[in-house]
Write a protein that binds this ligand. Structure first.
Ligand SMILES: Nc1nc2c(ncn2[C@@H]2O[C@H](COP(=O)(O)OP(=O)(O)OP(=O)(O)O)[C@@H](O)[C@H]2O)c(=O)[nH]1
Ligand SMILES: [Mg+2]
Ligand SMILES: [Zn+2]
Length: 224
C-alpha cells in the first residue's frame, strides 16, 4: 500500500464513522456545528456569548478539542453550557472516532445544539468530517486578511465565517472589508458575520442565524 492509499483508507474509515454520527444527530434533530480557527481567534469567546444569549431557549452542549488542557471546557460550563473535553495529546485535529467516544455523555434527546470546538489549526481539521451540519470558520482581524488565501481548502469547505475582533480595526492595518473580500474570493457562497466578542458588536445576527438553524434542524428530524 502506498502512503496515499493508506491516507485514503484512514479518511474513508473516518467518513463512515462521521456518517453514523450524522444519522444519530438527525434522529434526534440536533444541530451540530464544527468550529474551526487558528489558536486564539476567539472560538471559545464566541461560544461563551452564544450560550449566554441562547442558553435559556435551547440546550447547548459543547465538545472541546484541545491539545492538553481543560481550560476551555471549564469556560463553557461557567457560561452555562454542557461541556465535554477531548484532549488530543498534541494531535492537531479532532476525528469522528474521538467524537463517537464522548457523544454518549450528552442526552441527545435533550440537546438542541452541539458545537464542536476543533483544535486551533487552519490546516487539517476541515479534512476530517465529524458528522456536522455546518462548518464555521472563526477568523480574527489580528491574524491579517490573507488567511483565506493561505488556507483555501479550509475556507472552501466551510459554509459560514465569523470575522472576530472587529473592535481592534482602528489599531490595525487589516480591515474587515478586505478580509471579507478574500473570504468571498475563495468561497463566493459563504455567509459572513462580522463581530466583536469583546464589545458584543454584531452578535445579534449570529445568534439569530444559530437559532433559526436549530429550529430548521428540529423540523427535519430523522432525515440525514
Ligand atoms: N479585542 C478582542 N479580543 C478578543 C475578542 N474575542 C476574543 N478575544 C481575546 O482573544 C483571546 C483568545 O480568545 P479565545 O476565545 O480563548 O480563542 P480560541 O480560538 O478559543 O483559542 P484556542 O482555543 O486556544 O485556540 C482571549 O484573550 C480573548 O479575550 C474580541 O472580539 N476582541
Ligand atoms: Mg478555545
Ligand atoms: Zn491534523
Amino acid at each position: 500500500m502506498t502512503t496515499l492509499e493508506i491516507r485514503q483508507a484512514i479518511t474513508a474509515a473516518n467518513d463512515r464513522l462521521a456518517e453514523n454520527l450524522r444519522q444519530r444527530f438527525a434522529d434526534y434533530g440536533v444541530l451540530v456545528l464544527n468550529l474551526i480557527a487558528s489558536p486564539g481567534a476567539g472560538k471559545t469567546a464566541l461560544l461563551e456569548k452564544t450560550i449566554v444569549a441562547l442558553g435559556s431557549r435551547f440546550t447547548i452542549n459543547v465538545i472541546e478539542g484541545d491539545p492538553y488542557t481543560r481550560l476551555d471546557s471549564e469556560r463553557i460550563i461557567h457560561a452555562g453550557g454542557g461541556g465535554v473535553q477531548i484532549n488530543t495529546e498534541g494531535g492537531c485535529h479532532l476525528d469522528a472516532r474521538m467524537v463517537s467516544e464522548v457523544i454518549d455523555r450528552f442526552d441527545l434527546a435533550d440537546t438542541d445544539l452541539i458545537v464542536i470546538e476543533n483544535v486551533g489549526n487552519l490546516l487539517c481539521p476541515a479534512a476530517w468530517d465529524l458528522g456536522q451540519d455546518v462548518t464555521v470558520v472563526v477568523t480574527s482581524l489580528t491574524e491579517g486578511t490573507d488567511k483565506p488565501l493561505k488556507y483555501p481548502e479550509t475556507f472552501a469547505r466551510a459554509q459560514v465565517v465569523v470575522i472576530n475582533k472587529i473592535d481592534l480595526e482602528p489599531h490595525l492595518s487589516a480591515t474587515a472589508a478586505d478580509l471579507k473580500t478574500n473570504v468571498r474570493t475563495i468561497n463566493p457562497d459563504m455567509s459572513v458575520f462580522e463581530v466583536s466578542c469583546l464589545a458584543g458588536t454584531g452578535l445579534e445576527s449570529w445568534h439569530h442565524w444559530v437559532a433559526e438553524a436549530i429550529k430548521t434542524k428540529k423540523g427535519i428530524r430523522g432525515h440525514a
